[in-house]
Unconditional design. Structure first.
Length: 284
């Protein structure tokens, strides 16, 4: 009976824990998902008990799996330290961070700088809608994400961002307020419609798009006004509308996937919060 715990399978097991699943672990290790699964099965055969079990559409570690992950980290730390002492470069897993598109050109440099001081490996960003980002964090394909709104009690508050009405220079409001919106589900769309309706402005969705670029294009074309989270200047070709009812700011939050380093959320949220606060002081 083979009672050896090989380094390769141990690294795969830890990668499953750190990456939130077999698919991400395989990508991080440059292996096939089948190879990672075989590594885990080999470890299960060695220790004589299951290490991972089904959990809905995903998986989770058994008690034995959690114990072996913790022990594997110690083994790998000693193993990699030995390599580094001999001048061998040991690769570090990629960190994948998701973000809302709104204000990304201002927010992501701050997040990238902050996470670069925390994570020794490569950093990759994914921009998407909040709903999709939430699903990706839950599914483990993102390590963390900056989201609009407060989605989780375990999330890290990253401040609040103003919601501002913008339009093309030629647009004028009337008895029916033409409105450019994101596709549902969208919290900002709902808040915009509710605000306009409460003021008797009769909102009409004249155009909608799943992406920020499409919303910008429709507004520039004069199809209607829209409500945007804004921390800097309005997008090129658009103007801020002070003649429409004000809307309360929206929360920003950083969520971290299960199994990832919680310090990612704390550091990223702090960087965003500092930037948002600094912009608010300048605007005041």
């Amino acid at each position: 009976m083979n009672l050896t715990l090989d380094i390769g399978p141990l690294r795969s097991l830890v990668a499953v824990a750190d990456c939130g699943g077999f698919h991400r672990a395989a990508a991080a290790l440059h292996l096939t998902q089948s190879a990672v699964s075989q590594h885990v099965r080999r470890l299960e055969k060695t220790v004589g008990r299951p290490l991972v079990e089904k959990d809905g559409r995903g998986s989770r570690f058994t008690v034995a799996g959690e114990v072996l992950v913790a022990e594997s980290r110690r083994v790998l730390e000693a193993h990699d330290a030995a390599l580094r002492s001999l001048g061998v470069r040991v690769p570090v897993a990629e960190l994948v961070f998701g973000s809302t598109e709104h204000g990304a050109d201002d927010l992501l440099p701050a997040v990238g700088t902050a996470l670069g001081g925390l994570h020794a490996g490569t950093l990759r960003f994914r921009l998407d809608r909040t709903t999709a980002l939430n699903q990706a964090v839950d599914g483990g394909s993102l390590d963390a994400a900056l989201l609009l709104g407060s989605a989780s009690p375990a999330g890290h508050s990253a401040g609040r961002i103003p919601l501002v009405w913008v339009s093309g220079p030629q647009w004028t409001p009337g008895s029916v307020t033409s409105f450019v919106a994101f596709d549902e589900p969208c919290a900002i769309r709902r808040r915009a419609v509710q605000t306009l309706s409460s003021e008797g402005l009769r909102p009409h969705v004249a155009a909608e798009s799943p992406h920020l670029a499409g919303v910008h294009a429709a507004v520039r074309a004069g199809l209607g006004v829209t409500l945007l989270p804004l921390i800097g200047e309005p997008p090129l070709g658009l103007v801020v509308r002070d003649d429409l009812p004000p809307v309360d700011p929206i929360d920003l939050e950083v969520r971290v996937r299960r199994g990832a380093d919680p310090e990612i959320g704390r550091v990223a949220a702090a960087a965003v919060r500092r930037l948002v606060d600094d912009r608010a002081l300048v605007a005041a």
